[in-house]
Design a binder for this molecule. Sequence first.
Ligand code: NDP
Length: 250
Amino acid sequence: MYLKGKHAIVTGGGTGIGLAIARALVAQGAEVTITGRRMDVLKDVAEPGMHPLVMDVTDEAMIRDVTARAVEVRGPVQICVANAGIAEGRKLHKTSSEFWRKIMATNLDGCFYTVRESLQSMITTDWGRVIAVSSIAGLRGSAGAGAYAASKHGVIGMIRSFAEDFMGAPYTFNTICPGYVDTPIVTRNTDSISQRAGVSQQEARDIMISANRHKRLIAPEEVAAAALWLCNPACESVNGTEIAIAGGQV
Ligand code: NDP
């Protein structure tokens, strides 16, 4: 229970990877504020130790208010998991400016606002962990998903830089880069790949499975294990870097 008494915020904590991370943190004693846009979804999954709050990561003012409310009740945020994201793909010639801004607003701006706000309270404490969820699309190009890849590259550059800003302080900043993880995003991806490539749903899922050298989708719990490891007190020297959980894809 090495996280007992620590307050964590997990954005997108009601589903998929965020929920698995929230559960892993709770199992180690943390009090976890889980956020997302849908209270019904958050309430449905909340277990003891999880505290749901509605927070849209594209809304800077809402992030400020909601974080302040959570801090008031549970104390400074010492673990910030900026996980909320959307994965939609379009080829360059079909990428409208509006589509580009939508992806950036959630994946990059949302991550920035979340981390900045949590940090305000973290720096009043003597221990903190910032973990952003990027993607292997943040480490290399991604066919048909330039905006998504750009947003996830941005997350990595931003978190590496924040780590530099605070190097030597008792806070770490790292990014996790998953491959295809079995979550609602992959289900939605299946639809979009199947439409784009003109293949069946099963064939689309097989494309994602075969990208992984273990020939399977990754479980959200595997990503959560990495997040939990980064929160281990022994991990202070892991700072300003990326961990790929990608079945050998990178
Ligand atoms: P999910 O769709 O289950 O999770 C996305 C979460 O983000 C949801 O809980 C959603 O909640 C939340 N969210 C989306 N937009 C907003 C917003 N504007 N404000 C607040 N919350 C928002 O999929 P995953 O768990 O897979 O995705 C989690 C992260 O992992 C994402 O950043 C994704 O890019 C990344 N990732 C996922 C991979 C995969 O294969 N699954 C691979 C690589 C990276 P709600 O809709 O209720 O607001």
